[in-house]
Each structure stands twice: as C-alpha cells, then as structure tokens.
Design a protein around this ligand. Structure first.
Ligand code: NAD
Length: 248
C-alpha cells in the first residue's frame, strides 16, 4: 500500500520549485493534493495537470499566504472540497536580500509576512480540522540560514528561524492531540529562487558544501514525505537539515 493512501495534503506556494516537487512526491505516494499559489495561472494549471495525471485528486487554489483572511477562506474551501486535511506544508517563501543598514522597512515586512506570518496563518486555519481528526503532520520549510544566520539576509534568516520556533511550539501545544510539527532546513537547492544568484555567490556556496553540489527539489521532497508519513510517527518538534552536509 502507498504511504499516503487516503491522506489529503495542503502545500502552499507549490506551482513551481520545491513546493511542486513535494506535491508530486506526496501524490506518487497516493495523497490527494490541494495546493496554493499567488495566481491560478498557466504554471499552476500545468502543475495541477501533472498531479491529476498521477491518478490522484488535485486542485490548485489562488491565495496570498501572507493574508490572514484569504488563508482562512481558502482553507474553508479546501476542507469543503477534500473533506479533511492530514498534512500541511508551509512552503511559500520569498527573498528580498540586502545588508541590514540598507534594508527598507518594506523589505523586512514583506519577507516576514510571506515566509513567517503565512505559516501562522495556515497553521491557525488548519489546526481546528486536525484537532477534530486527532491527527496531523505540519511541516515548515525553513532554511539552513534560519539556524546559522546569513549576512545580507537578516529578514529571510529571521523569518526562517521564526518558522522553526513556530514548529517547535506547535509540536508542544498539540502533541497531546496527535499532531506533529517539524521543520526542514534546506541548504542550496536548485530552483528559480537560487537561479537569481551570481556565479560568484554560487561558487562560494559550492565550496561550503561537503557534497560539492546543490540539492534538487526532489531531495527536499523525499524528506518531506518522511515527515508527512507514519515513517516519522515519533518525530516531532525537530529540524531536519537537507544541505549536503553544509550545516553540521
Ligand atoms: P520558488 O521561488 O521557486 O517558489 C516559491 C513559490 O511560492 C512560487 O511558486 C511563488 O509564486 C510562491 N509564493 C510566493 N509568495 C507567495 C504568497 N504570498 N502566497 C502564496 N504563494 C507564494 O522558491 P523555492 O526555491 O521553491 O522555495 C520554496 C521554499 O523553500 C521557500 O520557503 C524557500 O524560502 C525555501 N528554501 C529554498 C531554498 C533554495 O535553495 N531554493 C533553500 C532553503 C529554503
């Protein structure tokens, strides 16, 4: 039997990149997939079709994860459509890098709202359903820089550290309801987010990675599958690094 047969997974920001790889992995293991992204455009439609072609129920929803009302509205729609939510992956994220002295308030607010507040919004909206079901797995997509910090990414690092604190707190607050919460800390993963980096920045990253390469979105998705499934039934409040050995 497939690992996630009968389960419903909700993944934010999954039209492309790591979120899309997670949606495909979980679908291959039999989960029905509801995913969100900012717009229901050609990219989201293509991902939706790829998922449906795997033989599972899948639907894309347009929603701004940073918006509290929008999030509650879309989660209500998803519960109506899918009946329940067993797995929540808080994946939507952005960068607006810059040295702290030059960072604007807008750069700070945007990154905190899209990366961290979104995880609160979705957790807040989904938790009542999981409490009723007496089960659930929540996975926050953090980053190695949420653990180590990074010059030029004070906003991003703070948002990713916050996602770890949020996962650990949810693990403690809802463990008695059989709800688990964990964080994944990816290192350098080859997606559109990292394509924006210069060759010099890439070379610097590669030097710092013992495996001497960036990871693939599917390498993050495989760890997400572990945390989403009963393979990790006694794992909660943890951070798993997927970084080629960079942060040890
Ligand atoms: P990406 O830019 O390729 O994909 C992010 C997705 O989130 C996009 O589809 C985007 O439209 C969506 N999104 C952005 N703002 C949103 C919002 N307000 N509401 C809903 N959706 C929104 O990025 P990625 O590399 O796939 O990153 C996915 C997650 O993994 C992010 O949280 C990122 O911080 C984290 N991460 C990435 C790396 C990496 O090296 N790529 C490393 C560590 C952590």
């Amino acid at each position: 039997m497939k690992l996630l047969a009968g389960k419903v997974a909700l993944i934010t920001g999954a039209a492309r990149g790591i979120g899309k790889a997670i949606a495909l992995r979980l679908a291959q293991e039999g989960a029905s997939i509801a995913f969100t992204d900012l717009a229901y455009d050609d990219v989201a439609r293509a991902t939706e079709n790829e998922l449906i072609a795997l033989g599972v129920k899948a639907k894309a929803f347009a929603s701004n994860a940073a918006n509290f009302e929008d999030t509650h509205h879309v989660v209500d729609e998803i519960v109506k459509e899918f009946g329940h939510i067993d797995i929540l992956v808080n994946n939507a994220g952005i960068t607006r890098d810059g040295l702290l002295m030059r960072m604007t308030e807008q750069q700070w607010d945007m990154v905190i709202n899209v990366n961290l507040k979104s995880a609160f919004n979705f957790t807040h909206a989904v938790i009542p359903t999981m409490v009723r079901q007496k089960s659930g797995s929540i996975i926050n997509m953090s980053s190695v820089v949420g653990v180590s910090g990074n010059a030029g990414q004070a906003n991003y690092s703070a948002s990713k550290a916050g996602m770890i604190g949020l996962a650990k707190s949810v693990a403690k607050e809802f463990g008695s309801r059989n709800i688990r919460a964990n964080a994944i800390a990816p290192g350098f993963i080859e997606t559109e987010m990292t394509h924006a980096l210069t060759d010099e920045q890439r070379a610097k990253w590669a030097e710092a990675i013992p495996l001497r390469r960036g990871g693939s979105p599917d390498e993050v998705a495989k760890v997400t599958l572990f945390l989403a499934s009963d393979l990790s039934s006694y794992v909660s409040g943890q951070v798993i690094h997927v970084c080629g050995g960079m942060n040890t």
